[in-house]
Design a protein around this ligand. Structure first.
Ligand code: AMP
Length: 578
């Protein structure tokens, strides 16, 4: 398949802002792959259309930043000064190269036009180059590719390299296109996608015509991390009991979620962003290896513990451990970790369709412990200060509101965030916010939002960005601004955030920059108001940053639905008070 044909469709997709039209054009790409009888082409198209080369579950990147790309562009004849000027003007390196194409040295006349495979395979190769003079080699491959490309192809090659496609395709839109073309309900595709996290693989399998309910590659497997199931907010403990009956309450630990995969001596630990953090947590890996069962995927919350008090240390400490790439042994001495395991998703086979009751039983068997708070409170309290590295979450199964509230207050008393309230009959639905698992915290719910714009600060803050436009998302992945936040950040955080913002800038508009929506903030606020200031109809009153959530992917931020729900809960709480 010619790459130029694919690019023409990419351009059509880019030119429309209507989702239905984007879907319509994407279906043309599916048809092109089908006509050539090439499911693998569809796989590559899927990745490229979202600016990737590797599947989403792999944290691997091409490793080429803007400066390296500029080097490659210079080497084929474009003048640096012109290039920088054009980038500034258009805010888009892809368009800049396309526009300046007349400066490029002519490739040989006998050159074959680029195929999709040429482009994809070269980029994949570039990502795999390592070691000495890897930078030079990468630049050489890219210059060759750009040299052979047409101006339009250059636009997209440059953007793919920087992993910023800007044609407005995202996973929900591709899934809608698959649903329409292959006649499969979107919810079903969403469920499979949440397990595989590989849109290319799903596209390829659909075009191959496999039975998607039975295909082994589309099932949960070891060492391919999945998106976790997310909780909803409960208005109160009483409400949750009324809805669920007899739930299992668990302490809601204040930490970072981890997914642990083990087969024999091979152990991998992933974050909820699906990043591999195995090397940062050697003591946890060791503990997991000591268990006498293997072949499993477990989930838990990783907490930094102050061993003198048994209380959790600030969230920042966990991030310091997770992000650490060197001096890990030293860091291990400084910050003690404990993982509270709360679920098992795989043991010799996928367990997702098993009710929580049974999954918990398996987990308790493997860990030889149940941490039933009613029966073992004293033992639990003794062990909080021990240097236990892994444990099972504390639980209380009850329909007694008072008892549940006591457990909730006790959980707060040991320094954690609140409680999780889980339906014991519920299956595990990866990647979605379910009504079978609730969280209850003392404060009005904080929101996870993503930064869409940043504004240069004033006075003392003039060297940093000082105010950030924040947005929630809707079911289709579209972002909706809901406020501006500037307070709550320390100088160190402002500095770090400003560097992060600079690395994902898309466009400058006066003293404001538009950024790729990648940085997740957890914010509190005084209340949610109905407001016509933002098109979504709501605004956060006095938002304040609680922390930068580097452990969370932007796909997991709160939705407009959540905002509406919290707005209702807030109204209810206010009515109760009056
Ligand atoms: P939130 O981050 O407020 O949406 O709350 C859900 C998060 O709480 C999950 O993603 C987990 O990271 C965390 N969590 C802490 N303790 C538990 C627990 N016992 N069960 C499930 N999730 C927990």
């Amino acid at each position: 398949m010619l790459f130029s044909e694919v690019c023409k469709v990419f351009m059509k997709i880019e030119e429309t802002s209507k989702r239905t039209e984007k879907i319509h054009h994407f279906i043309k790409l599916i048809r092109m792959a089908e006509k050539e009888n090439s499911p693998s082409s569809l796989r590559k198209i899927c990745y490229l259309s979202i600016g990737r080369v590797y599947p989403e579950y792999e944290s691997k990147e091409l490793g080429i930043g803007p400066s390296m790309l500029i080097e490659a562009v210079k080497s084929i004849g474009i003048k640096e000064k012109d290039l920088l000027e054009a980038i500034k003007e258009t805010g888009d390196i892809g368009i800049a190269i396309e526009k300046l194409s007349s400066q490029i040295k002519q490739a040989s006349l006998f050159q074959q036009p680029l195929t999709l495979d040429d482009v994809y395979d070269t980029l994949k190769k570039v990502g795999e180059i390592e070691g000495e003079s890897s930078q030079k080699k990468k630049i050489r491959y890219i210059s060759n590719l750009l040299l052979r490309a047409t101006p339009l192809e250059r636009r997209y090659i440059a953007r793919i390299i920087l992993e910023d496609m800007r044609i407005g395709m995202n996973i929900p839109t591709i899934l809608s296109a698959f649903s329409k073309y292959f006649g499969i309900p979107k919810e079903k595709l969403e469920r499979i996608y949440a397990v595989v996290n590989d849109i290319g693989l799903l596209g390829e399998k659909l075009l191959m015509g496999v039975d998607i309910d039975k295909d082994e590659d589309l099932k949960l497997k070891l060492f391919r991390p999945i998106r976790p199931m997310l909780a909803q907010i409960a208005p109160s403990i009483k409400d949750a009991i009324e809805e669920i009956g007899t739930p299992q309450f668990e302490t809601k630990y204040d930490g970072a979620r981890v997914q642990i995969h083990r087969s024999g001596d091979k152990v991998k630990i992933y974050t909820r962003k699906l990043e591999d953090i195995t090397n940062s947590l050697p003591e946890i890996v060791e503990e997991i290896k000591k268990l006498d069962r293997d072949n499993f995927i477990m989930e838990g919350e990783c907490v930094a513990i102050d061993l003198n008090t048994g209380r959790p240390r600030p969230f920042q400490d966990i991030l310091r451990r997770i992000r650490r790439k060197y001096d890990i042994e030293k860091m291990k001495e400084e910050i003690s970790l404990r993982v509270y395991l709360f679920d098992i998703l795989y043991h010799k086979e996928p367990l997702l369709d098993m009710p929580l009751k049974e999954r918990r039983k398996i987990l308790e068997e493997i860990l030889s412990e149940d941490n039933d708070w009613e029966k073992k409170r004293e033992k639990i309290e003794r062990e909080i200060k021990s240097d236990k590295k892994i444990d099972i979450s504390y639980k209380l199964v009850t329909r007694d509101v008072e008892k549940a509230e006591e457990f909730y207050r006790w959980s707060l008393g040991i320094g954690h965030e609140g409680v999780m309230i889980k339906n014991l009959n519920a299956v595990y639905t990866p990647g979605s916010r379910v009504r079978t698992m609730y969280k209850f915290k003392p404060t009005l719910e904080s929101l996870d939002v993503v930064i869409t714009k940043a504004k240069i600060g004033m006075g003392k803050r003039k060297d940093w960005y000082g105010s950030f436009e924040i947005a929630v998302r809707d079911e289709d992945g579209n972002l909706h601004p809901i406020g501006h936040v500037g307070s709550g950040l320390s100088e160190e955080e402002l500095d770090r955030l400003s560097k992060m913002i600079d690395s994902i800038k898309i466009k400058e508009e006066g003293d404001e920059v538009i950024v790729k929506p990648e940085i997740v903030l957890e914010v509190t606020y005084e209340e949610i108001q109905e407001s016509d200031k933002y098109s979504c109809g709501y605004a956060l009153r006095f938002p304040r940053v609680v922390r930068i959530r580097e452990d969370r992917p932007p796909e997991d931020i709160n939705t407009l639905e959540d905002v509406k729900r919290i707005f209702q809960i807030q109204k209810g709480r206010r009515a109760e008070k009056n």
